[in-house]
Design a protein. Structure first.
Length: 535
């Protein structure tokens, strides 16, 4: 028996409803609704839903969402109109319940959707079910694709011109959990899922009251002990409980399908990432938290919540503090105003239209997204002539490849050399070293050669880490001009591209600013990219 009091709620498994969809053209706006709209907005600017219906008509056809619905079953609401409702909902920042109410009581929405005055709309849960179906069938970009295609047909959007791309962080809609809270809440989430899926099995296997005290309420730091000793003991208890629960789930007496529950897999991964199992001198099993010496998983793989397995912790130099969640990359047009036909005519500024949206977890480097963004714009036939980016997106390879493959000019600053020597304009920065890629070695200004050459990846870029021997650097007479680290030797992180020459020599007679990876405690280098900022 594992233990848990029988205080966990039991719930019957929800049965999924089979929904069908028969594509139909949208009805024209109801005559009474249209007459009211004309009377209400005569001589005034009409609201967005009215303008959308008048200018774009049936924007999202039902058949475009057919893959998310079956051909048999209870007929569902028009998916094309649900897509338009979702757009209006986001524009007005409404909840699902408010959006469903707007369908019933807003004339402008009824006009856009072709509903009559007596139409009662739908239950608010229809919107969340629609979004779930769209995501499950990989249709999340369909609305944007259809809108952009219509704008192209209307002559409001075309390839070429200028576009810009930038990223911002998206905070996940989950609590920020410490490692201790994550362990306890993962056990609790798994127990809740098991109690809902197999209440009889849980009642037979788990009945120790201590489990109810630990997991009856959500695990929150203010309920946990404050002393480090007690917290360490509780962390060990969470780990032991989690392993015991998984042992029962994977045991021969458990229904085989229990192991397929998502919450069970989440608990298994959380335990693997945060705990190690061993034995003491008496042969008893010991469960302890995984520390750095035991090997922690990299941040891009580490779960941060049992309820959102895609969210990740991340921090950047531009962010004021770390965040748990995602990044979203937005691309939009940014063309110059069209010249006026005459001196008296007003200057027409074209609207900035979003052409691409890509979401990643928070740890994905911006550089990795440059090519996928261009690929998506190419699929839509909306590649720009000039693409404006910040310094997080480009590299020399990407600058060259974007021109050769897409015909795009990247307008962007390149990363500068942030080493101590480069910032102070004194000593030997990365440009003072000769890099021999064929022989895989670097030569310092004192004609000493490196001892290691290690290809790796840093911040999403392919680099080569070059190290000089400690025995060479310690007695060097110009050591203070080369490195500030008193214990180790000089180390360079050299960014390698496909266009790098075999040997890169330092410039003679002048100093330039090298474009390099951002450095932390050690100097970094990209000696072949020497970009002198304009005066």
């Amino acid at each position: 028996m594992i233990g848990l009091a029988a205080s966990f709620p039991s719930a019957a498994a929800e049965t999924g409803r089979v929904m069908s969809m028969q594509p139909r053209p949208w009805p024209e706006p109801d005559e009474q609704v249209a007459a009211a709209i004309r009377a209400m907005y005569a001589g005034r600017e009409a609201p967005l839903p009215v303008v959308v219906r008048d200018q774009l008509g049936e924007l999202f056809a039902d058949e475009q969402f057919g893959a998310a619905f079956g051909v048999r079953g209870r007929p569902g609401w028009s998916p094309g109109r649900l897509a338009l409702i979702t757009v209006f909902q986001l524009v007005e920042n409404l909840t699902d319940r408010q959006a469903a109410e707007a369908v019933r009581d807003k004339l402008s929405w009824k006009y856009a959707l072709g509903l009559d005055l007596a139409d009662t709309g739908f239950d608010a849960s229809v919107l969340s079910e629609f979004r779930a179906r769209v995501i499950a069938h990989d249709l999340e970009e369909r609305v944007l694709d259809l809108l952009l295609a219509r704008l192209v047909d209307e002559g409001l959007l075309a390839a070429g011109g200028k576009q810009r791309t930038d990223a911002t962080h998206v905070v996940a809609a989950v609590r920020d959990l410490s490692r201790l809270e994550l362990a306890g809440e993962s056990v609790r989430a798994c127990l809740e899922a098991l109690a809902a899926a197999a209440p009889d099995w849980v009642a037979q296997v788990i009945d120790v009251p201590a489990w109810s005290r630990r997991y009856g309420q959500r695990v929150h730091d203010w309920r946990l002990p404050s002393s480090q000793t007690a917290r360490a003991e509780l962390a060990s208890t969470y780990g032991s409980d989690g392993f015991a629960l998984l042992t029962a789930v994977y045991g021969p007496s458990a229904p085989p399908w229990l192991a397929q529950l998502p919450a069970v897999e989440v608990l298994r991964v959380v335990l693997l990432q945060n705990y190690v199992r061993g034995h003491d001198e008496h042969g008893r099993e010991v469960v302890k938290r995984r520390e750095a010496v035991d090997g922690l998983p990299p941040g891009r793989h580490r779960l941060t919540s049992p309820y959102d397995t895609h969210a990740r912790w991340c921090t950047t130099r531009s962010a004021s503090k770390p965040w748990n969640g995602y990044k979203v990359h937005l691309s939009e047009t940014c063309n110059d105003p069209s010249p006026a036909d005459s001196a008296d005519a007003p200057v027409i500024e074209p609207p900035n239209i979003i052409t691409n949206v890509m979401t990643t977890d928070a740890t994905v480097n911006d550089t990795v997204m440059t090519t996928p963004i261009h690929d998506r714009l190419q699929q839509r036939g909306l590649l720009p002539d000039e693409h404006y980016l910040d310094s997080g997106y480009p590299s020399i390879d990407l600058v060259i490849a974007s021109t050769a493959r897409y015909g795009i000019t990247l307008v962007t600053p390149l990363r500068t050399n942030n080493s101590v020597q480069a910032r102070a304009a004194a000593g030997f920065d990365s440009t003072a070293f000769t890099i021999d890629f064929d022989n895989q070695r670097a030569t310092c200004p004192q004609d000493q050669t490196s001892t290691t050459w290690s290809p790796t990846t840093q911040r999403g870029s392919d680099v080569i880490v070059v190290r000089f021997a400690r025995e060479t650097c310690r007695p060097c007479p110009v050591r203070q001009q080369c490195t500030t680290d008193r214990r180790t030797s000089r180390k360079l992180s050299v960014l390698r591209t496909t266009n790098t020459p075999a040997v890169v020599n330092p410039p003679s007679g002048s100093r330039t600013t090298g474009t390099s990876l951002p450095g932390r405690a050690r100097p970094t280098a990209c000696p072949r990219l020497r970009v002198v900022p304009p005066p």
